[in-house]
Design a protein around this ligand. Structure first.
Ligand code: HSE
Length: 319
């Protein structure tokens, strides 16, 4: 493992702190579950956070944040990006104790678009580049999943595309692909936060065999329809019985927003990740669908806005 440390010297030639090269990465937003693919399916979307990192051998931490959710993100050692960077430094025994971190966030915070996955995938990838890549992408995925608890957001954040992820003994496997049709994602973002923790608390510990079979058949149809570009199959494949019915109580108007999206031409709609954003999938009519979803939320006294997004096929990368 090579860390490529750079030593700086003052004017007298005395050696000062060691710092790493400075790296800048771009991390996509992600939507998870896509209806029936609970904790497995994810898609990288084309809005991005930017993260710049320099590691220092000294105990020094300076964090600058701009963009979405700035006022809610800590700039001390509780910052999630810094915490995961520190994890990678510790795991690789790298000779650094501090960092300069600069972030510009475009991903809405705590809205079901993978803001915490972006912090984890971004922090780990930036540190990995700064340390001359001691881990490959699968190693990053395994570490990121152990921090996040499930792989469905961190996998597309790291690999890009549509990802199917699962646990295989001690490993996390993921498979990334692109659909054979021009899939658009219309994400409607309500003006309230919903933490993943709160949204998982309403889920049952056990589900019936009937509901499990319903989701298995739908997620199989969904992935086959995406791979073959079959819009007719897609139009009934986004249904779910494992998490959305339980989460409806946390998102006012959820079922009506889904109906409005379909009536405006969407192939289907789902909660984006753990919510509260709702996502419609379509091949056309993005603006009509977005406007209909915003209107349906408004009828339940929820302010919202929509974004028409495309799939990001790169995942986190150096810029
Ligand atoms: N699969 C996760 C959930 C996504 O639905 O809780 C949120 O991170």
């Amino acid at each position: 493992m090579q860390y490529n440390p750079r030593r700086t010297s003052d004017q007298s030639g005395d050696m000062m702190a060691t710092k790493s090269k400075t790296v800048k990465v771009r991390i996509p937003a992600t939507t998870a579950n896509c209806g029936p693919g609970f904790d497995s399916l994810g898609i990288a979307c084309d809005i991005y956070n930017i993260l710049e990192l320099t590691l220092y051998s000294e105990n020094y931490l300076h964090i600058e944040i701009s963009g979405e959710g700035t006022e809610y993100i800590p700039t001390d050692d509780k910052n999630l990006v810094w915490k995961v960077i520190k994890d990678l430094i510790d795991i690789t025994d790298a000779p650094y104790k501090g960092a300069y971190i600069k972030m510009h966030n475009a991903i809405p915070l705590s809205r079901g678009l993978g803001s915490s996955a972006a912090a984890i995938a971004g922090g780990l990838s930036a540190a990995n580049y700064a340390l001359n890549e001691p881990l490959d992408k699968n190693g990053l995925l395994k570490l990121a999943t152990s921090i996040e608890g499930h792989p469905d957001n961190v996998a597309p954040a790291i690999f890009g595309g549509i990802t199917i992820s699962f646990k295989d003994a001690d490993d996390i496997r993921t498979f990334s692909f692109l659909p054979k049709l021009a899939l658009k994602m219309i994400v409607t973002v309500p003006q309230f936060f919903l933490s993943t923790k709160k949204s998982r608390k309403v889920l049952p510990e056990k589900v019936t065999l009937k509901d499990a079979a319903f989701n298995i058949s739908h997620v199989a149809a969904l992935t086959a329809a995406l791979c073959t570009g079959n819009a007719a199959v897609l139009s009934y494949a986004f249904a779910d019985k494992l998490h959305q019915p339980y989460r409806a109580c946390l998102i006012p108007g959820m079922c009506e927003v889904f109906t409005a999206a379909r009536q405006a031409g969407a192939l289907g709609a789902a909660i984006s990740g753990a919510g509260p954003s709702l996502i419609a999938f379509a091949t056309e009519n993005e603006d009509l669908i977005g406007q209909a979803m915003v209107q349906a939320f408004a009828e339940h006294n929820v302010d919202s806005y929509y974004m028409a997004l495309n799939i990001d096929n790169t995942g986190v990368c150096l810029i």
